[in-house]
Write a protein that binds this ligand. Structure first.
Ligand SMILES: *Cc1c(COP(=O)(O)O)cnc(C)c1O
Length: 354
């Protein structure tokens, strides 16, 4: 399939790298493609970023049949643009699509389309330390129909947003609130899909946590409210004794690309990494005995997010001495060094864009 190109009449001003936040600025162009049962995925095009015209009856607006991905393009010191494990994001997009009854995308073609879009928008990749171009591939259901079934037609698009460093004031630990009243996902649900409704469902508890002075919610499993699943929209890791422990993928946890990278990196250093169920009680016990050394979240946006405090059932504990632990700091630095091309890439995770 040939990708058509429509030139923008006017190009936008670029904000200063130092003024960049997260997710408010979008580039000049986007990629679009449509699906219908008769034509399959068709009309791939790069065109000016702009509103999507759709009917108020579009199915996505009513029943949330929507999925997305989040990855980044990084600028190296020599000005090259590179991606980090983009195939993993595209394969996860298809997995999410499968759960939401959406038609499969040709991952190779989408990667080509993304690279073509990035070549057009190369100048939008910011260069200051810690900044990047956030990439948001999305699929939405577009049938104008308000009966409940899976849609027949879809729009796939990719938008790009230059984003600032996640920790402009330094790499500091966050405070986490463990909710015992709300869950993010349940057994047999869609927790392992990056689908819109999961994020809508997380807002209420997150607002409560914020009101209480906490940054993020720690989610427990939706069946027993006992085992830790995720933190905010990140995966979670614990250093207990000399082991790095993360909840096993149980179909309600989102399988993070950063999670997988942390596991592989830590194993390559000879660390013992264990994927298993871990209860909130075990974490409090490990804190009592002094074995709990570090807790951190992992995700594309923050890379590593160290946890300084957690509160569960009214009892707040401080992790270690409340500052960033050595493993969190090393993982953060080493992953960023790979992403920004500052070190050799023995894992074959980097894809140069040009
Ligand atoms: C996206 C996401 C993650 C992190 O995934 P990465 O691929 O590492 O960015 C973790 N949990 C949830 C719920 C997510 O949506």
């Amino acid at each position: 399939m040939d990708i058509t190109f429509k030139k923008a009449e006017i190009l936008k001003d670029h904000p200063e790298d130092s003024a960049l936040g997260f997710g408010t600025v979008f580039t000049d162009y986007m990629f679009n493609m449509d699906y219908s049962p008769a034509e399959g995925w068709h009309n791939p095009r790069i065109e000016p970023y702009g509103p999507i015209e759709m009917e108020p009856s579009s199915m996505v607006l009513h029943y949330g049949q929507a999925i997305f991905e989040g990855l980044k393009a990084y600028k190296t010191d020599s000005g090259e643009i590179q991606l980090f494990r983009p195939e993993a994001n595209l394969s996860r997009l298809n997995k999410s699509g499968h759960m939401l009854c959406m038609p499969e995308l040709d991952e190779e073609f989408i990667l080509e389309a993304l690279i073509e879009l990035l070549k057009v928008e190369k100048n939008w990749v910011p260069g200051a330390a810690g900044t990047s171009l956030y990439i948001r591939p999305t699929i939405i259901a577009t049938d104008p129909y308000i009966g409940l079934r899976s849609s027949n037609t879809y729009r796939f698009f990719i938008i790009l947003s230059p984003v600032g460093a996640y920790y402009p004031e330094g790499f500091n630990p966050v405070k986490i609130w463990v909710t015992t009243d709300y869950v993010r996902a349940v057994r047999g649900g869609v927790g392992q899909a990056k689908t819109a409704g999961n994020y809508a469902a997380s807002l209420y508890a997150t607002n409560l946590a914020n009101k209480d002075g906490y940054t993020q919610v720690m989610w427990l499993d939706g069946v027993e409210l006992k085992y830790v699943e995720e933190v905010g929209s990140m995966n979670i890791f614990f250093v207990i004794g000399d082991e790095l422990i993360t909840p096993e993928l149980n179909r309600s946890i989102l399988s993070g690309v950063t999670r997988d990278s942390v596991i592989k990196l830590a194993k390559s250093w000879g660390l013992k990494v264990v994927e298993r169920k871990i209860s909130i009680d075990e974490i409090y016990e490990a804190h009592e005995t002094g074995e709990l050394k570090e807790i951190f979240g992992s995700g594309t946006a923050a890379v590593i997010s160290p946890v300084g405090n957690i509160k569960y059932n009214g009892k707040e504990i401080t992790i270690g001495d409340g500052s960033v632990g050595p493993l969190s700091a090393k993982l953060f630095k080493d992953l960023m060094d790979l992403q920004y091309g500052k070190t050799e890439d023995p894992f074959n995770w980097i894809m140069p864009v040009g």
